[in-house]
Ligand binder design. Structure first.
Ligand code: PHE
Ligand code: CO
Length: 266
């Protein structure tokens, strides 16, 4: 979410808000084929492991043949929930990121990973951003919640509480699980776009699966370089919306003096 020093991607073409043209014509046939292979691998898993809201939305998108044209997606997305995708060169700084979300624009990285990164990639690419994040923007409650998160991000910057709020994003938007009538399902984008962790997060007996607990999430550290040791399970997007609605100001003030929690600790 925050800019590092060694990002890939061409930041020279980007506007001050980090948006740029997708330049769809510049993708090669090999890139479209790699996107299709990534999509096909995940398509076999999602029926069993993804939440119903995500499955319902991806069905409407018909995006498995090639890297999608963002402008086409935006026509149906804007109608559904008022959200739009904006193309960005890669990870962007917190301020512009939260501003985009607060104004219902989801930043999607334009570049696709290399073939040797088929199974694992450190930075988000167009496959992760599109396949993982965009379908849920069609869900009304999720879409409203993510815009509120963006506003909450701008507020957390003023309160010097980004570390805490970023943990919430990690354990919900990126690695969140949901309890459903057919069992635990994934709604986090980092899970939905992962070849290995999508089955692991639901089936493997090792990781801890805790019920949604706001203050614990704000305090729990996370690892970005391995499967998670701890997931948080929501009952519904309505619960996510409701439980994140309170003013975080006093919560940040209280939690900032407490030690962070280790995701591996029992
Ligand atoms: N309610 C939070 C606050 O007052 C903002 C927020 C909303 C954060 C939704 C995350 C998700 O800071
Ligand atoms: Co992501």
């Amino acid at each position: 979410m925050s800019a590092q020093t060694t990002l890939r991607g061409d930041y020279t073409r980007a506007a001050p808000d980090y948006s740029l043209e997708q330049d769809w014509a510049a993708y090669t046939a090999d890139e479209h084929a790699l996107f299709r292979r990534l999509y096909e691998r995940q398509a076999k898993l999602v029926a069993r492991y993804a939440c119903a809201e995500w499955i319902e939305a991806i069905g409407r998108l018909d995006a498995g043949r090639e890297i999608p044209k963002f402008c086409e997606i935006n026509r149906s997305l804007a109608k559904a929930t008022g959200w739009r995708i904006v193309a960005v060169p890669g990870l962007i700084p917190d301020g512009p990121f939260f501003t985009h979300l607060a104004q219902r624009r989801f930043p999607v990285t334009v570049w696709l990973r290399k073939p040797e990164e088929f199974d694992y990639i450190v930075e988000p690419d167009v496959f992760h951003d599109f396949f993982g994040h965009v379908p849920l923007l069609y869900d009304r409650v999720y879409a409203d919640h993510l815009a509120e998160y963006g506003k909450g991000g701008l507020k957390a910057m003023r309160l010097d509480a980004i570390t805490m709020l970023a943990r919430l994003y990690w354990y919900t938007i990126e690695f969140g699980l949901m309890r459903t009538p057919s069992g635990v399902r994934a709604y986090g984008a980092g899970l939905l776009s992962s070849g290995g962790e999508l089955a692991y997060c639901v089936d493997d007996p090792r990781p801890r699966r805790r019920p949604f607990e706001l203050e614990r999430m704000l305090r729990t550290d996370y690892r970005i370089d391995r499967y998670q040791d701890c997931y948080f399970v929501i009952d519904s997007f309505a619960q996510l919306m409701r439980d994140t609605a309170p003013d975080f100001t006093p919560i940040y003030a209280r939690l900032r003096n407490l030690p962070a929690l280790d995701p591996q600790a029992a």
